[in-house]
Design a protein around this ligand. Structure first.
Ligand SMILES: *[C@@H]1O[C@H](CO)[C@@H](O)[C@H](O)[C@H]1NC(C)=O
Ligand SMILES: *[C@@H]1O[C@H](CO)[C@@H](O)[C@H](O)[C@H]1NC(C)=O
Ligand SMILES: *[C@@H]1O[C@H](CO)[C@@H](O)[C@H](O)[C@H]1NC(C)=O
Ligand SMILES: *[C@@H]1O[C@H](CO)[C@@H](O)[C@H](O)[C@H]1NC(C)=O
Ligand SMILES: *[C@@H]1O[C@H](CO)[C@@H](O)[C@H](O)[C@H]1NC(C)=O
Ligand SMILES: *[C@@H]1O[C@H](CO)[C@@H](O)[C@H](O)[C@H]1NC(C)=O
Ligand SMILES: *[C@@H]1O[C@H](CO)[C@@H](O)[C@H](O)[C@H]1NC(C)=O
Ligand SMILES: CC(=O)N[C@H]1CO[C@H](CO)[C@@H](O)[C@@H]1O
Length: 419
């Protein structure tokens, strides 16, 4: 396939060694490359915070997963032109997983996608790592199905798993990518099958690791060198950076300029709960370990937006275009967006939905993207154009709708009976 040849050539020129190779799984490597439609558009749908697998021992646990599948189907029915599904973290609530079948819920999540012959790409969230659930296990399970594009391009050390990129090719059929999709692993949760000397679970760092930042910088420089230009890009990571929090607390979210729900105030970001020296004690609120990642994001020309989940009660987009009080990293105009809580699992009862992102080949020239949230109800809210004047343009306020679901139980139970 032409795409494979292009990428092989790219890496041959970079002398990148084993840690940067893509691990191949199942049939994912056989998938045709992503490409703009003949009408010149590329659309993706973000499903985030699905939180499948809660309380298998209570009727409401399996029932809420059935309700979440209904959300996925309703969104896909309403968005027939979507070409890629991004599962943006917290696919499974790992704290409730049994060792013997921790990843089987992946089958239920991807079934609507497989049925529609859609392909998908995941980032993993903090709930996707727990004593009985590993990210490697989720990746392997995804690849038992045709359509998985999730990969692991940074092996070893503390990198996490879901770090990779996907090239998107132009409608013309040319084999030079015109859009790069980056996926980053913000880790968190607990280490798989490990306990400390006191018998407690061991926390996993909750930021994008420096080795991944270095990989991103090197591979992106390789793209620029190979193609002799900046290729526009989008990024996906489950946990937002401190810049999102600083925008929220210092710049303030305005319902007409950054339409969306803003209930998770103050929002939780990367490196929360960690000390600057890497210790995790109750004394430390935020350790600042996401600074190298923020520096890399703001030093990447062409990066249009970063899309996160994690904070179920925040659904806005903000253009980060200045130095905010207390921060050392200055925003370069990159758009930072939350999506919409998709799953009936996880906290909160804001109406379920899915952020859509649409880019046309014409918009690529100006580094613009259109985005809106398709709700389970069928309604569209928060439709905005992430262009040069986003933050200044005036949009309708997004209503803060809650979903009542009598068969669901919103209590988060983090311990299984008998443990
Ligand atoms: C992978 O693809 C090949 C050929 O397309 C097919 O024969 C095989 O059954 C597939 N395997 C899985 C696990 O889907
Ligand atoms: C892990 O799974 C085992 C086997 O299903 C179960 O007995 C145990 O309670 C689980 N442990 C945790 C910490 O979830
Ligand atoms: C996983 O195993 C547990 C314990 O055997 C069982 O109660 C639960 O229903 C299983 N979950 C799935 C999704 O099969
Ligand atoms: C084990 O982890 C718990 C919870 O983080 C902590 O309170 C305890 O001190 C740790 N024990 C050891 C021996 O490190
Ligand atoms: C993180 O953002 C807060 C504002 O929300 C700011 O006070 C703090 O200094 C920032 N820290 C870093 C390392 O950027
Ligand atoms: C950005 O999009 C908005 C909404 O479509 C529009 O009103 C505004 O003029 C656009 N700005 C630029 C610079 O194109
Ligand atoms: C919801 O969870 C609570 C706490 O575990 C439990 O008492 C209640 O019966 C549950 N409700 C339903 C409808 O399952
Ligand atoms: C990942 C992890 O273990 N995080 C913990 C760090 O410490 C805070 C405060 O004690 C806990 O709330 C986090 O769960």
């Amino acid at each position: 396939m032409m795409a494979a040849l292009v990428c092989t050539a790219l890496f041959a020129g970079l002398t990148l060694s084993a840690p940067f190779r893509t691990r191949q799984y199942g049939n994912g490597s056989n998938l045709p490359p992503l490409r703009f439609r003949v009408d010149g558009t590329f659309q993706l749908s973000i499903f985030e915070d699905l939180h499948f697998g809660e309380n298998a021992w209570d009727p409401w646990g399996p029932q809420q997963d059935i309700n979440s599948v209904k959300v996925i189907n309703k969104v896909l029915d309403a968005e027939p032109k979507t070409q890629l599904i991004v599962l943006n973290g917290d696919l499974i609530t790992g704290e409730n997983a049994y060792l013997g079948n921790a990843t089987v819920k992946i089958d239920q999540i991807v079934a609507p996608l497989v049925q529609r012959a859609l392909t998908w790409a995941s980032t993993y969230g903090n709930h996707d790592s727990s004593y009985n659930l590993s990210r490697e296990g989720i990746l392997a399970r995804e690849h038992q199905w045709p359509g998985a594009r999730t990969a692991n391009m940074v092996q070893g050390g503390e990198a996490g798993v879901s770090n990779y990129y996907l090239p998107v090719y132009p409608s013309s059929g040319a084999d030079e990518p015109c859009l790069i999709l980056w996926f980053f692993d913000s880790r968190g949760g607990f280490l798989y099958q490990q306990r400390n000397a006191s018998g407690d679970l061991i926390g996993q760092a909750d930021w994008v690791d420096k080795s991944v930042v270095d990989w991103f910088t090197i591979v992106n420089a390789g793209f620029v060198a190979t193609y002799g230009k900046t290729i526009p890009s989008l990024a996906f990571v489950h946990i937002p950076t401190n810049a999102s929090q600083a925008l929220q607390t210092e710049a303030k979210v305005d319902p007409n300029h950054q339409p969306g729900i803003n209930d998770d105030y103050i929002l939780a970001g990367q490196a929360q709960g960690w000390c600057a020296d890497g210790a995790n004690t109750s004394d430390c609120v935020y350790g600042g370990q996401d600074v190298p990642f923020m520096q890399a994001l703001t030093s990447t020309p062409g990066l249009i937006g970063v899309f996160s989940g994690h904070d179920h009660g925040d659904t806005w987009c903000y253009k980060w275009d200045k130095l905010l009080p207390g921060m050392t990293v200055k925003g370069n105009g990159i758009n930072l967006c939350f999506g919409q809580h998709t799953g009936y699992g996880g906290y909160g009862n804001w109406i379920r939905g899915s952020r859509q992102v649409l880019i046309s080949e014409a918009m690529l020239q100006n580094l613009e993207a259109e985005t809106w949230i398709r709700l389970e109800s069928g309604d569209v809210v928060g439709s905005v154009n992430l262009n040069a004047t986003y933050n200044e343009d005036v949009y309708p306020v997004t209503p803060n709708t809650k979903t009542s679901c009598p068969t669901c139980n919103y209590t988060i139970i983090t311990n299984m009976p008998g443990t």
